[in-house]
Design a binder for this molecule. Structure first.
Ligand code: B12
Length: 306
């Protein structure tokens, strides 16, 4: 899902993107006049702060929100700290090549650009990221340096997804989602992608990261009262124990009035039975849809109570 006129470009970062933009920088990036952007800021369509001298400054995340929500095309990515270069639009393959070659700036730039040009965090995770990482995971069979390349690729992909997540600005009063990966599971990317996905859906995400005991997730849930709890399972050294713990967590989450969604490459190994407030998901797109459903229901009940 790309903007029409950037469909065929893949963008590489040449310098790190600025945290704050002037109205002229945003105007230049999307091909409108500076006065239009100033008008949108003054009319409240774009949130901005003022410098001591009274100049409008737009947070990059707010600019990204505006660009994505209005479907505007980024005609001059350079104004946002990005530079376009012609490339095939098979993002998964390009990302895989950047990651395996250790081209960190290009890989991060591509992930950010996919997001900026309309792909959701879920689409990025289910598509290019998943494909690129699967390729990295096969590399050790093809090449003696494959293990080193896989580790390096993972570190770069993590830093790229952290940057995508930093472009998201969920409302401070949005419902909370909490999650992580269980003890014995060292995988960072799946839970990070889940955090970005729920934030992209409009919730606030609190990620406890990999290797989190399920009792800790339950304690976090009792304290933060999330509407949704996610569990990402890529490694399950003891699937029967994890199955029992997951069912216990689902029960605690249900008592708190929330739901537990479990996914990840090792999900099938748990062979989870149907249970109240427990859902199995196979993709970040499913997680996104699930979170949207919860938000809509929360909005409907808030309106009903008003
Ligand atoms: C990176 C990586 C590692 C890194 C992790 C580092 C880190 N800090 O994260 C390191 C080097 C530690 C590692 C170690 C090992 N790894 Co490894 N690793 C991978 C690799 C290349 C990428 C995993 C990843 O991050 N993918 C990106 C995410 C975003 O994609 P995903 O996991 O597919 O998740 C998707 C869905 O499952 C779903 N999803 C995920 N979570 C959730 C949650 C919810 C709620 C929902 C709804 C959906 C959902 O959405 C995601 C996006 O579509 C995979 C290859 C692969 N095919 O995935 C191998 C892989 C997982 N590893 C494998 C193996 C064998 C190992 C080792 C045993 C190797 C060894 N001999 O030491 C060890 C075991 C480690 C352990 N303690 O368990 C195998 C697993 C095979 C199996 N079926 O068991 C794989 C598949 C590689 C392969 N082809 O052989 N690994």
């Amino acid at each position: 899902m790309y903007q029409h006129d950037v469909a065929s470009i893949i963008v590489q970062i040449v310098r790190s993107a600025p945290e704050w933009l002037t109205t002229a920088q945003l105007a230049h990036a999307i091909g409108v006049s500076d006065s239009s952007v100033k008008r949108w800021v003054d009319g409240g369509r774009i949130r901005a702060a003022r410098t001591a001298g009274g100049h409008r400054r737009i947070p990059l995340a707010e600019a990204v929100r505006y660009i994505r929500s209005t479907g505007r095309a980024v005609t001059r990515p350079g104004a946002l700290g990005l530079v376009a270069s012609a490339s095939p639009d098979d993002a998964g393959q390009t990302l895989g090549a950047h990651l395996l070659a250790g081209r960190a700036a290009e890989a991060r730039g591509l992930l950010e650009t996919l997001f900026l040009t309309g792909s959701s965090a879920a689409e990025i995770a289910d598509g290019p990221l998943r494909r690129a990482m699967a390729r990295a995971g096969r590399r050790w069979r093809e090449h003696p340096a494959g293990v080193f390349e896989e580790h390096r690729a993972t570190e770069i992909a993590i830093s790229g997804m952290i940057r995508v997540r930093a472009l998201l600005a969920p409302a401070p009063d949005a419902p909370v989602a909490l999650g992580g990966a269980p003890s014995g599971d060292p995988y960072v990317l799946p839970s990070l992608a889940a955090a970005a996905t729920v934030e992209d859906s409009g919730m606030q995400a609190v990620s406890l990261g990999p290797g989190t005991p399920l009792e800790t997730i339950a304690l976090g849930a009792a304290s933060l009262r999330p509407k949704l709890v996610w569990l990402s399972i890529t490694a399950a050294p003891n699937p029967r124990l994890l199955r029992r713990q997951t069912l216990r967590l689902a029960e605690e989450v249900r008592r708190l009035g929330a739901v537990l969604i479990v996914g990840g490459a090792a999900l099938e190994r748990l062979d989870l039975p149907p249970a109240a407030a427990l859902h199995a998901g196979r993709s970040m797109s499913e997680l996104h849809a699930f979170a949207r459903g919860i938000l809509l229901a929360a909005g409907a009940s808030a309106r009903g109570a008003a």
